[in-house]
Write a protein that binds this ligand. Structure first.
Ligand code: NAD
Length: 520
C-alpha cells in the first residue's frame, strides 16, 4: 500500500484512441487519514460521458480494507466526540473557505466525470457548501432541553449525543452536493464517517475529503471506500456502523433500508421521483415556460427534483407549442463548452434506457412533439447525448409515465379540471416534489394543502430546500423518518440522553416508599 496524497490527475480533453492513452489513475481509499491504493484488482472505469475517455479507475475496496476503514472510524470516535463542539465547528468554518477556494477544481472534476455543464457543476458544489456553512452553527442546532424543578428539586435535562460510526452511500447525479449533505452534518455532531461515493464519479468526494483534512479534520474521522453492492452490503451488515444515509434509486434504497434496519441501524433513504407541475390557465406564460424548460431539461433531466411531468388544466395546445419552441433553442453540448445548456447523460446504458422509454411512449400512443434521440454533437460524436424531448397526450397507464426516466424528457398530460390534476399527482407513487403555476392564491393554497408530496413549489419549479429546512421527500421517494440536513438531519445523527438530577438537601428519616415515583 502506498500513500497517495492530493488529487489523482484527470484529463478533460477529447477522446483519443485507447492504445495511446496511459492507464487512468486509480482512485484511492481514505483510511485512517491516509489516501491508500486498494489491493483490489477488480476495478470500474470512470468514463467521461461526453467523450468516453476513461478518467480514472475505481478499485473495489476489499473486505479487509473496508474493515480497516471501519476500525479507523471507530478508533477516532472517542477523541472526536470529546473534541469541543466549537473546535468541530471551526473545522467546518475552514472547510467552507477551502471549498470556495477550490470550487473551480471541484466543478471541473464534476463536469469531467458526470457530464453536467460547468455552471451547473458550480451549483452542485454551492448547494453542498451551504450545508457546510449551516454546520458551522452546530452548537445551537445540537442543544438539548431543560425543565427546572419537575418535582421536589429535580431538574431534568436532555442532551443530543453523537451515535458513533455513521456511513453515507451516494448516487452519481450530485457528486459534491450529496456527500456534503452527509458527512459535514454527521462529523460536526461528533460522529465519525465512512463515505461510499458513486462508482461513476467518485472524484469530487476525494477532493472534498482532502479539503476536510486540510481544514483540520483528524485522521479517521472521515474515511472513503469504493464499490457497488458488496461494499454496500458490508456497510449494512457491520455492527460497528450505527446509521446509514442513502441517496439513489428505489431498488438500492429499499434494499439498504430493509437490510440495515434489520440490523438495528437508523437509515434515511432518499430515492426516486416523478415530479409533476400543474399549470392553470391563469399562469404567467413567460415565467411558467422558462420554469418548465429549466426544471425539465437542466442537468439533462438527471436531478431528483427535475420536473418530468406537466399537467395542463384546460387546452394544452398553445402551451405545448411554445414549450417546443423554447426547448428547441437549448444548446446540447459537452458540459465544458461555455454555450452548453445541457450535457450528456451519465452512461451509454442510461441513454439506451431513456431512448427505450421514449419509444415505449410513442408505441403506447403519446405524440412525440420533440425528439432528441438522434442528436449528434460535433466534436463529441461518442458522447451520451439526448436532446430535449417532449411527449404529449401521456396517460397514467404508460410505461414512460410509471417509470422514472431520469433524462431530458418532459411528459405532457391534460386534465379537464384542477381537481382532476390534483388526483393525477396524488395517485403517483412518488412524493418528492410537486409544483403549481397560477395567479390564484386560492388555487395555490388548495394545492399546497391537498398535494401529497414532500416539497411543494408555488410558481417555483420545485425548489431544493436550503439547509435550515430539510430535504423532505415523501411517499416512495423517502424511507425513514428523519430527513436529510436541517434540524431533522441533526436529529438523525444524534441520540437523546435524558438526565434527571436532584441537588437539594432532603429531609432524612421520611422512610422508603416502593411505589412508582410520581411528581405529585
Ligand atoms: P443507484 O441506486 O444506482 O446508486 C446509488 C448508490 O447505491 C451507488 O453508490 C451505488 O453503488 C449503490 N447501489 C446501486 N445498486 C445497488 C444495489 N443493488 N445494492 C446495493 N447498492 C447499490 O442510483 P444512481 O443511478 O446513482 O442515482 C440516480 C437515482 O438517485 C435516481 O433514482 C434519483 O431520483 C435518485 N436521487 C434521489 C435524490 C433524492 O434526494 N430523493 C437525490 C439524488 C438522486
Amino acid at each position: 500500500i502506498f500513500a497517495l496524497r492530493s488529487s489523482y490527475c484527470f484529463s478533460t480533453g477529447a477522446a483519443e484512441p485507447s492504445s495511446r492513452l496511459p492507464s487512468p489513475p486509480r482512485v484511492p481509499n481514505l483510511i485512517g487519514g491516509k489516501f491508500v491504493d486498494s489491493q483490489s484488482s477488480s476495478t470500474i472505469d470512470v468514463i467521461n460521458p461526453a467523450t468516453q475517455e476513461a478518467v480514472s479507475r475505481v478499485p473495489l475496496t476489499t473486505n479487509e480494507e473496508f474493515r480497516a476503514a471501519v476500525s479507523a472510524a471507530k478508533q477516532a470516535f472517542p477523541a472526536w466526540r470529546n473534541t469541543p463542539i466549537t473546535t468541530r465547528q471551526r473545522v467546518m468554518l475552514k472547510l467552507q473557505e477551502l471549498i470556495r477556494r477550490d470550487i473551480d477544481k471541484l466543478a471541473m472534476n464534476i463536469t469531467t466525470e458526470q457530464g453536467k455543464t460547468l455552471k451547473d457543476a458550480h451549483g452542485d458544489v454551492f448547494r453542498g457548501l451551504e450545508v457546510v456553512e449551516h454546520a458551522c452553527g452546530m452548537a445551537t442546532l445540537q442543544m438539548g432541553e431543560y425543565v427546572p424543578n419537575v418535582s421536589n428539586g429535580m431538574d431534568p435535562f436532555s442532551i443530543r449525543e453523537p451515535l458513533g460510526v455513521c456511513a453515507g452511500i451516494c448516487p452519481f447525479n450530485f457528486p459534491a452536493m450529496i456527500p456534503l449533505w452527509m458527512f459535514p452534518v454527521a462529523v460536526t455532531c461528533g460522529n465519525t464517517f465512512i463515505l461510499k461515493p458513486s462508482e461513476k464519479d467518485p472524484g469530487a468526494s476525494i477532493i472534498l475529503a482532502e479539503l476536510a483534512m486540510e481544514a483540520g479534520l483528524p485522521d479517521g474521522v472521515l474515511n472513503i471506500v469504493h464499490g457497488t453492492s458488496d461494499v454496500v452490503n458490508a456497510i449494512c451488515d457491520d455492527d460497528n456502523i450505527r446509521a446509514i444515509s442513502f441517496v439513489g434509486s428505489n431498488t438500492a434504497g429499499m434494499h439498504i433500508y430493509s437490510r440495515a434496519s434489520a440490523k438495528g441501524k437508523r437509515v434515511q433513504s432518499n430515492m426516486g421521483a416523478k415530479n409533476h407541475a400543474i399549470v392553470l390557465p391563469d399562469a404567467n406564460v413567460d415565467a411558467t415556460l422558462n420554469a418548465l424548460v429549466a426544471a425539465g431539461f437542466g442537468a439533462a433531466g438527471q436531478r431528483c427534483m427535475a420536473l418530468s411531468t406537466v399537467v395542463f388544466v384546460g387546452d394544452p395546445q398553445s402551451w405545448e407549442n411554445k414549450l417546443v419552441e423554447r426547448a428547441k433553442s437549448l444548446k446540447v453540448n459537452s458540459g465544458m463548452e461555455p454555450d452548453a445548456d445541457l450535457g450528456p447523460v451519465i452512461s451509454k446504458q442510461a441513454k439506451e434506457r431513456v431512448c427505450r422509454l421514449i419509444q415505449s411512449g410513442v408505441e403506447s400512443g403519446a405524440r412525440l412533439l420533440l425528439d432528441g434521440r438522434n442528436i449528434v454533437v460535433p466534436g463529441f460524436e461518442r458522447g451520451n447525448f439526448i436532446g430535449p424531448t417532449i411527449l404529449s397526450g401521456v396517460t397514467a397507464d404508460m410505461e414512460c409515465y410509471k417509470e422514472e426516466i431520469f433524462g431530458p424528457v418532459l411528459l405532457c398530460m391534460e386534465a379537464g379540471s384542477f381537481e382532476e390534476a390534483i388526483n393525477i399527482l396524488n395517485r403517483n407513487k412518488y412524493g418528492n416534489g410537486a409544483a403549481i403555476f397560477t395567479a390564484s392564491g386560492a388555487a395555490a393554497r388548495k394545492f399546497q394543502t391537498e398535494i401529497e408530496a414532500g416539497q411543494v413549489g408555488i410558481n417555483v419549479p420545485i425548489p431544493v430546500p436550503l439547509p435550515f429546512f430539510s430535504f423532505t421527500g415523501s411517499k416512495a421517494s423517502f424511507a425513514g423518518d428523519l430527513n436529510f440536513y436541517g434540524k431533522a438531519g441533526v436529529n438523525f445523527y444524534t441520540q437523546i440522553k435524558t438526565v434527571t438530577q436532584q441537588w437539594k438537601d432532603l429531609p432524612g428519616g421520611s422512610g422508603v416508599s416502593l411505589a412508582m415515583p410520581t411528581s405529585q
